[in-house]
Write a protein that binds this ligand. Sequence first.
Ligand code: ARG
Length: 486
Amino acid sequence: MYRSRLGHDLGDITLEYVSSLNADSEIILFDILGSQAHVLMLQENKIIAKNDAKKILKALESLKNEKINSNSNAEDIHELIETLVIKKAGMTSGGKMHTARSRNDQVALDIRMKIRHDINILCNCLLDLIEALVSLADNHQKTIMPLYTHLQQAQAGLFSHYLLAHSDALFRDFERLFDGYVRVNQSPLGAGPVGGTSIPIDRHSTAMMLGFGGIVENSIDATSTRDFVAEYIGIIAILMTNLSKIAEDFVLWSTSEFSFIELSDEFTSPSSVMPQKKNPDILELTRGKTSEIIGNLTGILSTLKGLSTGYGRDLQQINSSIWSASKNSISALLILKPMLLTLQVNEKQMKKAADSSYIISLDIAEKLVQREIPFRTAHKITGSLVQQAHYSKKPLNKLTTNEIKKSLEGTKVDPKIISELLKSTTIISSLKDRISFGSSGYAEQKRMIKDRIKKINNYRTNITKQENEISIALENLSEKISKIIK
Ligand code: ARG
């Protein structure tokens, strides 16, 4: 339809190469809504007559309920929709729809509407998952587990603390999405191909009709930037990295060697040949899809860094990776929540693992510090006690007086004190004594859980408000349209 100065049509292979119609299926509704706001604005500003607007709006409205056939000569959804509108409304009216806009501001608008829609979904899914983590934490405030550094047992801790750590990371993902939303939710519509238009349009009015928080003012910037896409995919890549870390822990913990958890059958896959298998494929796919999204981000940044200012068709190529990153991250969140809530936690095994090592060594050293022994000396003494216990293959509280004395050589510390300390220090006593802010001690769990529940509720209110801003604007738009086309 656009080939006014071009003599030949595209051949089939070329058309397929150029066309974004398949990927554009994700933005059909946004494209229609954007066109409707644009046409209303043209009519309200007397750029097109009411009767023309009526016919176009009617055609667009009917397209909302039609399955748009992607088998066409159009290069993309914008061309196809305009063609269909002209078919329905006639050239005299329908031919006026594309007045004072370009596909360049149009596609930027559609992408922004799609991303802001997906951000709201992601934010809700994130809060649901965080809520699941916090409620599981609430049930596991007494579940002892080893905490690891270098994947070596480090300190005794609580499963609730582990779960809260991930909920805090996901809160940050939520905050990044919520903050990024402001930069996405700006309308580029009316920027034209790159330099604006001589027709007296009102960009603020279309932005308001579509529920945007503002406009991308500079028409060059509005049509050529995709930094908001890079930001969005960057945020998703970080979010997925956080989920991937949980996935990796759970893959490891569901091995027979660890046996800390057992996944519910509905979140595992069998083997085609080994009848006994219960594989954590879903978690592995979270890791795999994370890699793919990191690849998407790299692809997007590579496209943007070399593009001369102004729209270039290269930009079309990044769209499908936005849709797939959205879809994969939303699914990952939706799946992880019920997976968590149906997880079997093997508390005995976690405790056994914690008991089998010298995990309370630091707690013992800190008790010495409380007796005014310098930390470095306490570290040395405790390290030596662990060495003795390790060589004689026994727990610290089974060390003999002689062994203790050996560890104290060169110090003035009374072996009786140490012997008492070793007898009285247990994982449970250590977790009672662990009172520092944000620590894995018993007392901190209750406080953190209460605080995080409050935070979830606050964030829910914010996200509902954000969603309402769009739905109210779109309801008003729809009312305006109904009045004209009735
Ligand atoms: N399908 C195109 C895209 O997704 C729409 C914009 C085309 N603009 C142009 N000047 N060729 O980017």
